[in-house]
Every structure is written in C-alpha cells, then in structure tokens.
Design a protein around this ligand. Structure first.
Ligand SMILES: Cc1cc2nc3c(=O)[nH]c(=O)nc-3n(C[C@H](O)[C@H](O)[C@H](O)COP(=O)(O)O)c2cc1C
Length: 293
C-alpha cells in the first residue's frame, strides 16, 4: 500500500487504557508511516533485511565459542565503577495462573520508595543467573528468560527515582555480580531523565512518579556477531521477554509497573550509551501502586 492510498482513519486513536490520545494528528501519522530510508519504508527494510536466509545458515551456525570478538566489544560491565551489592533475592511464591490474571499495567504509584532488598529480589528473579555450563572460552550462564544463542544482548539500567538504602541515581545491573554499578548518584543524577520521555505529563510523569524505572538497552554487536542484522530483531524480541518477566516478578511482590515505549532518543544520551552499538529499547517504570480510597 502506498502512503498516498493509505487511509488515515486511525488518526485519532484512543489510548488502550482509555486515558489519552498518544498518536497525534493526521500529519504526524502520515509522517511516521512514510518515514523511510532511500525511498523505502523503514519497517519493510528492517523486516526484509533481518530475515534469516539459507545463504547465511553457515554464519548463523557459528558457535558461541567462536565469538570472543563479539563479546569483547560489548562486555564492559562497567568494571571501573563503584559497586553496590544487592541482597540475594527473597523467595517469591505464587500461583502463575493467578499472577497472569492479576498483572495489569500500573501507572500511578505511592510515595513508598524501593529498597535494596526489593531491587535484589526484582533483578535477581527477573534476570539473575539460574544455571552455569562449562564452555570454552567462557562458561555459559543462563538466565530466567530465553535468549537467542544464549548471548543475552539486553542490558538493564535501573534508574532509582525514589530509593530507600540506595541513593537516587543511575545504575547498571551486573548480572554476574548481582550488584549495581554506580553510574551517577550525585545531586544532578536524574537531571534530564524525565525529559527523555515523549509526553510531558504522561509517560514522563509515570517515570517521574515511579520508585525505579528499568531502562533496557540492546548491546547489538554481541548478538550481531552471531546472527548479523537478524541479531537486531532478536534483541528486540528478547527485550519483550525480559520486560514481561520483570513485570510478573513485580506483580508477585505486590508492586505495579508498566512497559513504556514512548521515550525519546535522548534516553541514550542520558544513560551515556552511544545509540549505535548500544541503545535504549524499552523502559519499565515500577513502584508501589497508589491506592485510591
Ligand atoms: C511495546 C509497548 C509499549 C507501551 N508503551 C506504553 C507507553 O508508552 N505508555 C503507557 O502508558 N503504556 C504503554 N504500554 C502499556 C499498554 O498501554 C498496556 O499494556 C495495554 O493498555 C494493556 O493493558 P494492561 O497492560 O493493563 O493489560 C506499552 C505496551 C507495550 C507492549
């Protein structure tokens, strides 16, 4: 369908939560749909160029053992930064069926802060190591969510907005150490954070109100080293797995959260990632649900 023939009847969309119209006006939609590269539609280019192809089967069959370069490019783990160890995760019990029924997006949070223990439980259960297997040149570590080739290209940066026992600031979660690397916990650490969301009083408000917002980034060279451009597709899929796991653990702890896609490219700058080899893919604000009497 060409942009000219496309009906723009969807110009006015109700937000699924029935609260706001997020998609803008007719010309905004037309612009978004026509956004392209070299005359093409970016989504078609993406889709076409990230399909696995028989010609590249040998490439995608490269084993993890053959990928030290890919790992080396992105396995930074912020080793030089101060580390804050997290407590081991507390047991979360719960009936999976009931949890799935209960999970709903929560966008209003109380003033109750997030503790180090809760961060340890949330992050540990959502993405902490679950198993190890001896391999060369690296032992393989597995996590609670699936990952193409076990390469785990998705990284998590917890932005603590309202912490108790952990300073408000920007952190990186080191899975291997179950610790937070302190990227910035100074007075100005959160300056510019909410400006990196699209809607001044909606998605920005959710992040500002949260106790912690998890920013998920993709470290693309790690996964592209094995899968080429298809690796980008796999990183997006993996971000969805991880976000859902985080949300379910949050629900099991009596917390509320929502996946927020309406952030801007500015979020990369805020985190200090380059936006090319590593870039924000998804955000998940979490907090204690506001109870409306
Ligand atoms: C990819 C994606 C992006 C989303 N982005 C936003 C967002 O920017 N702001 C928001 O309030 N909700 C966002 N949501 C949450 C949806 O609005 C919500 O999941 C949907 O209304 C269904 O409601 P439920 O999560 O309570 O079941 C997003 C959901 C997904 C899957």
């Amino acid at each position: 369908m060409t942009p000219e023939s496309e009906s723009l009847d969807l110009a006015v969309q109700d937000h699924p939560a029935g609260r706001r119209e997020l998609t803008g006006n007719r010309s905004f939609l037309a612009d978004v749909r026509q956004r392209g590269v070299r005359g093409g539609d970016v989504s078609e280019l993406f889709h076409e160029n990230t399909k696995l192809d028989r010609r590249y089967l040998n490439r995608s069959a490269v084993t993890t053992d053959a990928l030290p370069d890919g790992f080396a490019v992105v396995e930074h783990d912020y080793h030089g930064c101060e580390s804050v160890s997290l407590p081991d995760p507390e047991a979360v019990d719960g009936d999976l069926g009931a949890l799935l029924d209960r999970r709903r997006s929560v966008r209003d949070y109380s003033d109750r802060p997030v503790t180090k223990r809760t961060l340890g439980t949330l992050l540990g259960h959502a993405m902490g190591p679950t198993a190890e297997r001896a391999a060369e040149p690296y032992d393989e570590t597995f996590r609670p969510y699936p990952s193409a080739g076990g390469l785990y290209p998705v990284e998590v940066y917890p932005v603590v907005v309202n912490g108790d026992g952990v300073a408000d600031g920007v952190y990186y979660y080191s899975v291997r150490d179950h610790a937070l690397r302190v990227l910035d916990d100074g007075d100005e650490a959160l300056a510019g954070f909410t400006d990196a969301f699209m809607d001044a009083d909606f998605s920005a408000g959710i992040a500002a109100d949260s106790a912690v917002t998890f920013v998920l980034t993709g470290s693309f060279p790690r996964i592209k080293a094995k899968y080429g451009p298809t690796g980008y597709r796999f990183a997006l899929l993996e971000a969805g797995h991880l976000a859902q796991t985080l949300l379910l653990v949050a629900a099991a702890l009596g917390l509320g959260g929502v996946p927020v896609g309406s952030y801007l490219g500015d979020l990369d700058e805020f985190l200090g990632v380059d936006g090319v080899d590593e870039s924000a893919l998804y955000t998940v604000p979490v907090g204690h649900p506001e109870t409306h009497e």
